[in-house]
Write a protein that binds this ligand. Sequence first.
Ligand SMILES: *Cc1c(COP(=O)(O)O)cnc(C)c1O
Length: 393
Amino acid sequence: MPSSFHPRIPELMMASGPCSIYPRVLEAMGWQMVHHRTDEFVELMLSVSDDLSKLFKTANRVLPVEGESILGLEMAAANLVEPGDVCINLASGYYGAGYAKVLRGYGGDVVDVTVPYDTSVSISSVRQALDRHPEAKVLAFVHSETPSASENPMEEICRECRRRGVLTIVDSVSGVGGSTVRFDDWGCDVVVTGTQKCLGSTPGMSLVAVSDRAWERAERVTHDTGRYERSYLSFLPWRQWVDHDYVPYTPPISAIYGLKAALDIIDDEGGVDETVRRHERAARAMRAGVRAMGLDLWVDADEHMANSVTAIRLPDDVEDGRLRGLMDERYGLHVSGGLGEEAGRLIRIGHMGYTASAQKVVAALGVLGSAMIDLGHPVDVTEGLAAANAVFA
Ligand SMILES: *Cc1c(COP(=O)(O)O)cnc(C)c1O
């Protein structure tokens, strides 16, 4: 036994993140340390950097920051927002709504655009908000709202903001790798993802893509302590990495080993477009299976649904805790419940990274159906599996 702590590891975790991760990633993370100033490690960082630029589809270097994605999201606000700046915040779910506080924390004058948490924000309401606030400096939104399994139209929103000179901050923590992202083409400014969702690695890193316009903004932003450069959250120390291949801090070496393995998997698959197609297919199969079983999806329309996670509305006669308890204890599958107002009203099954596969989706549908039947709620498991199989065929 390697440690006095030995967790009860779920046979399969298909939560809203993290999920069970690729065995190759797990193995890579077990390697001994190499020093981060050796040529070998710098070469690894440079190769990770090339892979990340391909992943986000940007010519710029993506910042590999140690710290859970929440840190990368806070970095975006800290570097782009100055006290008094009008910031439009699209609140289409738990993370979107919560980001208003981060923007305010850096002095932003926040205008919220709120929609119910079972749908996505329309491009027309984004245009309206931009028309009403021509002075807006920043617009922030969540690409894939993991807590309610909805997805916002990132391409349209970013293109519209670019046209008007408004900087975008995009939380694509559960988007990048699972849904299409074209950072340069769409004119995005800061896009943040994590390593623990569609990339299928460990939690603990923020990957932050930064446009030239966002860099220029970060150079000029001042807070009450002056130019914003002496914080771990500042982009500016990362110029050393971008310009001179010199990482400003000791990288999380094990997480970098894991990230490289995860990026290799995308490469082996034929590139990120193929990985996105796998996530799309897994999501379509999950939704088809849930519906054919006789259950309802949480989000109002297919075109508003995320690729990385599916939210299933709980029938009135099924109690959340009992259902997820049975799925876990009897069938070895750990899934998530709802957050905030959605607690007790839905369950969420993640199909991201390692778990975005035919085997995992079909297994999850079988477990969900079996547990429903155990609880006396009739569902048609055979129909559900047939519908999912048809998507994979
Ligand atoms: C997972 C996730 C985050 C990061 O949240 P943690 O609780 O730190 O994992 C942020 N935004 C979205 C949309 C996410 O799915």
